[in-house]
Design a protein around this ligand. Structure first.
Ligand SMILES: C[S@@+](CC[C@H](N)C(=O)[O-])C[C@H]1O[C@@H](n2cnc3c(N)ncnc32)[C@H](O)[C@@H]1O
Length: 290
């Protein structure tokens, strides 16, 4: 089996990948919300298709069947101690929310360990309901008890109201993750319309795989998963039906990662780990953050 490779084909059949050879599957499937998978943007909207054939507006049954086929393949290639992480969000259709919990049916032979709420501050505003500011990440393991779980690799500083006096302790990051969306001024931003943040995937790859393990993304898009896997000394395999995105991912894999670095001596570092509510309370009681 070839590794460190991105295939330009549908992941409904991944014959190139051996049974039980992958430790971690992490992906965000197409949402079926009529996203324009063009790759030129004006004012944040995709306007040009440039040969992108994928249409994000399938019949619902056909869409769900596609995902079921792909995830069946993911289960086939997954090692016994491996896990599958799926980032997906609510859809808002004809005035009502459609949550993606139908997806859980495809994993009834696996173990749902967490539903992560990925919270961010970015997106369109709504006037007749609260603005949507989260997506889900479902985490499924193949084995009930024996699965890769590197909690120490991803611990975050505990809230500490006197960072000038006490060293912060490290804690479990919980199942609500506050990580910003990839907005226009991020160095990692590509023209892919549904790119997820490197920071989100970094936490998952560190937590749920070890160095040298194979990480698979069956809907690789701009290559975020492969880029993080490579940076963290894992192996990667990716699939996408669009040659344009495969090319984009391959270019990205050759570029050095430019991650925001937190300065350890800066006492403000702990603000970045606070959730919005706690930060709001803190600012109310203690003044501004800068
Ligand atoms: C939500 S995007 C993934 C974006 C990715 N997480 C990133 O950070 O760039 C979904 C991707 O799935 C691809 N896709 C759609 N149907 C596919 C299929 N049957 N097999 C493989 N890829 C497919 C689309 O071209 C699109 O790039």
């Amino acid at each position: 089996m070839e590794i460190d490779k991105i295939y330009c084909k549908s992941s409904e059949e991944m014959r190139e990948v051996d049974d039980e050879s992958v430790s971690l599957v992490v992906t965000s499937p197409p949402y079926n919300i009529n996203i324009n998978y063009g790759n030129k943007h004006v004012n944040g909207r995709a306007v040009e298709k440039k040969g992108i054939a994928y249409h994000d507006n399938r019949e619902e049954e056909e869409y769900r069947k596609l995902l079921e086929n792909v995830f069946n393949e993911c289960k086939r290639v997954l090692k016994k101690d491996g896990s599958i992480w799926v980032n997906i969000k609510n859809r808002f259709v004809n005035g009502v929310i459609i949550p993606p919990f139908w997806l859980l049916d495809f994993f009834s032979d696996m173990y749902l360990k967490n539903i992560i709420i990925w919270n961010f501050d970015w997106g369109g505003s709504t006037s007749k309901r609260f603005s949507p500011r989260y997506e889900y990440v479902f985490w499924f393991t193949k084995s009930k008890d024996n699965y890769i779980f590197n909690l120490d690799e991803v611990k975050v500083p505990a809230l500490n109201y006197r960072p000038d006096r006490f060293k912060s302790q490290m804690k479990n990051p919980s199942d609500v993750w506050y990580i910003q969306m990839v907005s226009g001024n991020y160095p990692e931003r590509t023209t892919h319309p549904a790119q997820y943040p490197e920071e989100l995937i970094e936490r998952i790859v560190k937590f749920a795989s070890n160095k040298g393990d194979v990480v698979l993304d069956p809907f690789i898009g701009s290559g975020t998963t492969a880029r993080i896997a490579k940076d963290l000394e894992r192996k990667y395999i990716g699939y996408d039906t669009e040659q344009e995105y495969v090319n984009m991912a391959e270019i990205r894999l050759k570029q050095p990662i430019q991650r925001k670095k937190k300065k350890s001596k800066d006492t403000r570092v702990y603000y970045w780990e606070m959730d919005n509510h706690t930060l709001g309370e803190f600012v109310k009681n203690n003044g501004r953050t800068r």
